[in-house]
Design a protein around this ligand. Structure first.
Ligand SMILES: NC(=O)c1ccc[n+]([C@@H]2O[C@H](COP(=O)([O-])OP(=O)(O)OC[C@H]3O[C@@H](n4cnc5c(N)ncnc54)[C@H](OP(=O)(O)O)[C@@H]3O)[C@@H](O)[C@H]2O)c1
Length: 280
């Protein structure tokens, strides 16, 4: 079983939420982490909190959608630590709104962050892992990668795409000893909702014939907050994957995520749609 101690792990989207908590947990376990996101102040504060000596933490601010920033990230990780054992593809956000009216540019941007940039960064990290015959890629998916909801299908479709991508990559890299897994968080209390609200504010404000859909939306958000898990629920799954010789193809958490996925598995589509409408 690979020990966490000494592993060099890149974590994207580490300035908040799940990525930030994952960095905390991995450093506690003895890993060396390379943290990245767009907000340098957040990253620097986290780096200082985790290791004031700077020996085990490297903050590399950058936008995951920028090719130059992705290359800078990988080069900085290799320059400081000499190798990369783990990549946690966590940076991501959601766009809300009915398919009919979300501008295609917004949709492209969401795919650019959640899918294309994730692939591009993975492509930069995989060659050395493959040549060395070891490494672990952990993609942060979502229950939304299995269950799509009205007004959320742009984001949900990015996470559906990530399911397929992860499965294919797992098979491709298995012969080379590189492990690939997907984690499906349920509702986790982070800045995710605020970020989605900001990105989607214009769409929601101009929802036209769909405006009625948004009635009760605040109430359902409150319900979600009541059952939401905490970022460490997911961070501990990341740790489990990184320390397993043969990680499960996918993990989910917290408990409500497992229930939702079970419902997806056992309920006919129409029954599931009814349940999802109540919750979304
Ligand atoms: N919270 C949930 O309920 C939930 C459920 C299922 C799945 N997830 C997934 O979990 C992952 C983490 O989300 P979270 O809940 O922790 O949300 P969060 O608190 O909003 O954190 C998102 C992180 O992604 C970073 N990020 C976003 N766009 C970026 C870009 N272009 N370049 C670099 N970094 C970028 C943000 O940093 P900057 O803004 O500083 O760049 C931030 O660090 C996402 O993939 C999300 O889809 C979350």
């Amino acid at each position: 079983m690979p020990s966490l101690a000494g592993q060099v792990v890149i974590i994207t989207g580490a300035s908040a939420g799940i990525g930030e908590e994952t960095a905390r947990r991995l450093v506690r376990g003895g890993a060396k982490v390379v943290i990245t996101a767009r907000r340098p102040d957040r990253l620097d504060a986290l780096a200082l909190e985790l290791d004031a000596t700077g020996a085990n933490v490297l903050a590399v601010p950058g936008d995951i959608t920028s090719d130059a920033d992705r290359r800078k990230l990988v080069a900085a990780a290799l320059a400081k630590f000499g190798r990369i054992d783990g990549l946690v593809n966590n940076a991501g956000y959601g766009t809300r709104g009915p398919v009919e009216i979300v501008p295609v540019d917004l949709i492209r941007k969401n795919y650019e962050t959640n899918i294309f940039s994730l692939i591009a960064l993975t492509q930069l990290v995989v060659p050395a892992m493959r040549e060395r015959g070891s490494g672990c890629i952990v993609n942060i998916g979502s229950v939304a990668g299995k269950i799509a909801r009205p007004l959320s299908s742009i984001y949900d479709s990015t996470k559906h795409a990530l399911e397929a991508l992860t499965d294919g990559l797992r098979g491709e890299l298995k012969p080379f000893g590189v492990r690939v897994t997907l984690i499906r968080p349920g509702f986790i209390a982070t800045e995710f909702v605020e970020a989605a609200n900001t990105v989607s504010a214009d769409v929601v404000a101009n929802a036209g014939p769909y405006a009625a859909y948004y009635k009760g939306y605040g109430e359902s958000t409150k319900t979600m907050r009541r059952i939401a898990g905490v970022p460490d629920d997911i961070a501990r799954l990341v740790e489990r994957a990184l320390t397993s010789d043969n990680p499960a193809p996918r993990y989910s958490g917290p408990f409500h995520a497992k229930i939702m996925l079970l419902l997806k598995w056992i309920l006919p589509d129409r029954a599931l749609a009814w349940v999802v409408r109540l919750k979304s």
